[in-house]
Write a protein that binds this ligand. Structure first.
Ligand code: GLC
Ligand code: CA
Length: 569
């Protein structure tokens, strides 16, 4: 397997709006990030993924971009950005940008032109269609509820928006669209950014004629997936992007690819296919879905989680590369979702266990801001306290047209809403959690008094220090980055255990995913004295061959440690 810096790296994701407010307007900003760079460096992460900071009317918090080459005023200026990039590089960290090119904002000059007339030169930058007798051109529903089409009064035609109506989809079949996007990417790369996280990049190629999608029973709209996800030209366009832009720089690229299959991922992120370095797959993020899709309060099943994670670990082996994540700005907090935040002890143990389980796998790990502190989901009582467009629209659609009762919907929101990830970063126990000197744009999780960076940085046993150690050992042992993965104890209902193998070295990872103690025996080859305990979320103890795992206990053993590993720099 070829070694690469981006395989050995650890990424820290920043949602700028909620990270650090430097100027007291209640909104995080670029100067705030600059103030906290040392915090990220101390943690050990060496790449920052910056969620969108571009000019935007903020219908979807910056994922609706009106100028790709300017900075959102609330976040600062281009010179603040340059300062951030410079400071990060000085500290040995890289910055990758969010690239949102499946759609623009409806306030982007391309769309402003496009909607003016049927023969405007920009008309074909987007998808415009005539309606069918007062109905939209096809039955597709948008990701943010309602139809994926909006009628525009100017010309009486409809435009396509797979997300909000302020996020019209770009027509990638138009070569001028593609070259405009490539020029913009080149501009950022020439400025010195270190790569891109590509927003819903698997959606950019639509099946011609945009056929109606299948409708699930009881649902008002058809599914655009079969005709817009992993579409007919997506790989061709990404190879073109790679040839024209990406391949000219030493950068890292990761595609956000909902509904990707292992076979598709091998194309997107294949080591020889010339597209991207890696993708985000979301199968493990769907394990708690229900009849209303993500809107549910189901608990995942460990057997499903093991199956899905193992499928990706072995499926991409030797031919592509995984990204490892439990969290991002669209997902609820993992300690609440797959762990247990009901008592301080279980919270701490389960957060560390989940971190162990993920960080010992093969792939590049991503840490979402606050995950390293064990930040939890929030339960606002009132809908008015939510800000996320997806959440608000879903409430409207499910409660007002599909008969879900409001209380149940609030439970779903508490479980799965994107705002769980977007409450402000908890820096300390001062007023507004040290995030801002004023009331922030979205409420703070009241548990900041107990869960905050200052407290955890001062406590050697904290979740923060545990993440720090996980990152450290990854830098120390090649087997953690490059070893191959094998699931063991597949049918155990409480334990998720696997091994990693690199030449004659072996790593054993054992995680108790339950609140109850779990009996565990060492696999035969680990019944030897020639092993060390690398990390554990309870006291590292004497090594016995059979043992009983405590609630949410996690342990990692290394075999043949005498054969010193090739320590990567
Ligand atoms: C991606 C982003 C999400 C955004 C959507 C539309 O899924 O992660 O936050 O709402 O794309 O851009
Ligand atoms: Ca601010």
């Amino acid at each position: 397997m070829t070694k690469s810096w981006w395989k050995e790296a650890v990424v820290y994701q920043i949602y700028p709006r909620s990270f650090m407010d430097s100027n007291g307007d209640g909104i995080g900003d670029l100067q705030g990030i600059i103030q906290k760079l040392d915090y990220i460096k101390d943690l050990g992460a060496n790449i920052i993924w910056l969620c969108p900071v571009y000019k935007s009317p903020n219908d979807d918090n910056g994922y609706d971009i009106s100028d790709y080459q300017d900075i959102l005023t609330e976040f600062g200026t281009m010179s603040d950005f340059d300062e951030l990039l410079y400071a990060a590089h000085e500290k040995g960290m890289r910055i990758i940008m969010d690239l949102v090119v499946n759609h623009t904002s409806d306030e982007h000059p391309w769309f402003v032109e496009s909607r003016k007339s049927k023969d405007n030169p920009y008309r074909d930058y987007y998808f415009w269609k005539e309606g069918k007798d007062e109905s939209p051109p096809n039955n597709w529903g948008s990701c943010f509820s309602g139809s994926a089409w909006k009628k525009d009064e100017q010309t009486g035609m409809y435009y396509l928006h797979l997300f909000s109506s302020k996020q019209p989809d770009l027509n990638w079949d138009n070569p001028t669209v593609r070259s405009s996007v490539y020029d913009m990417m080149t501009w950022w790369l020439d400025k010195g950014v270190d790569g891109f996280r590509m927003d819903v990049i698997s959606f950019i190629s639509k099946t011609p004629n945009l056929p109606d999608g299948p409708i699930k029973s009881g649902k008002p709209y058809g599914d655009f997936g079969p005709y817009s996800i992993n579409g007919p030209h997506v790989h061709e366009y990404l190879r073109e992007m790679n040839q024209k832009v990406l391949s000219h720089y030493d950068i890292m690229t990761v595609g956000e690819t909902p509904d990707v299959t292992v076979d598709e991922a091998k194309k997107y992120a294949g080591s020889k296919t010339g597209e991207l370095n890696m993708v985000f797959q979301f199968e493990h993020m769907r394990l708690d879905s229900g009849e209303h899709g993500k809107w549910s309060n189901n608990r995942f099943k460990l057997s499903d989680l093991k199956r899905v994670m193992s499928k990706w670990q072995t499926g991409l082996k030797d031919c592509a590369w995984n990204s490892l994540f439990w969290n991002n700005h669209d997902q609820p907090r993992v300690v609440s979702r797959f762990g247990n935040d009901s008592t301080p002890l279980l919270w701490e143990k389960s957060a560390k266990m989940l971190a162990t389980c993920l960080h010992m796998m093969q792939g590049t790990p991503y840490i979402y801001q606050g995950e390293e502190l064990g930040m939890t989901n929030v339960s606002f009582d009132r809908l008015e306290d939510y800000r996320d467009i997806e959440t608000l629209n879903a409430y409207d659609e499910l409660v007002h047209t599909q008969g879900v009762d409001p209380e149940t919907m609030m439970q779903y929101i508490h479980h799965i809403s994107r705002d769980n990830a977007r409450t402000p970063m908890q820096w300390d126990d001062n007023c507004n959690a040290g995030f801002s000197s004023v009331t922030p744009w979205i409420g703070i999780n009241p548990n900041y008094i107990r869960i905050n960076a200052e407290q955890e940085r001062g406590d050697p046993q904290s979740i923060y220090h545990y993440y720090q150690k996980l990152i450290q050992i990854r830098k120390q042992y090649d087997i953690i980055v490059y070893g191959s993965y094998q699931l063991i104890y597949e049918d155990d209902p409480q334990i998720y255990a696997y091994t990693r193998t690199l030449e004659n070295q072996k790593l054993l990872v054992i995680c108790n995913f339950s609140e109850a103690p779990a009996e565990c025996v060492f696999p035969q080859e680990f019944r030897t004295d020639n092993k060390i305990e690398l990390i554990a979320n309870y006291e590292i103890g004497s090594i016995e061959n059979d043992f009983r795992l405590k609630p949410y206990e996690a342990k990692v053993y290394l075999l043949n440690s005498a054969n010193k590993f090739n320590v990567s720099q």
